[in-house]
Design a binder for this molecule. Structure first.
Ligand SMILES: [Zn+2]
Length: 139
């Protein structure tokens, strides 16, 4: 039997509850340091930092030779305030799901002073923007 070490509930700095240092390369680096084989990026009501983490894992694999599988995911906050982890086999399936979910997302704006930052990155940890929509709000 093969052992697989995993964490399927990781928030990047896009989630307002996460630390701002949860960048794609910090997530990948800490996962590898902790001996994980598989992770899922599951930000609240958004998929946008999943692809940069997936690309950072591929770059780390090219440098270090250690494979880290990254599943794209979304932690959907329902109208009943239930948080549902949605995991996908690939980015295309996740993007299809988010397209279907998008009309149900809240249109409220984030209040950084109350809820925290919602930072978007590229795969080299460069800040590419800040999400305006309040991701912690229920769908
Ligand atoms: Zn969570």
């Amino acid at each position: 039997m093969q052992s697989v070490y995993y964490d399927l509930h990781i928030h990047s700095a896009l989630s307002p509850c996460a630390n701002d240092d949860m960048t794609p390369n910090d997530i990948v680096g800490m996962a590898l340091l902790n001996g994980l084989d598989l992770i899922a990026v599951t930000d609240h009501n958004s998929l946008l930092n999943a692809e940069p983490v997936m690309k950072a894992a591929k770059a780390a694999q090219a440098r270090q030779g250690k494979e880290l599988i990254v599943l794209p995911g979304i932690e959907v906050s329902t109208a009943e305030e239930v948080h549902v982890l949605c995991l996908f086999r690939d980015l295309i399936a996740a993007q299809f799901f988010e397209t279907e979910l998008f009309p149900f997302y809240s249109t409220l704006s984030n209040r950084v002073s109350i809820f925290g930052n919602q930072i978007l990155f590229d795969e080299e940890d460069r800040v590419t923007g800040e999400m305006e929509r309040m991701l912690i709000a229920p769908t």
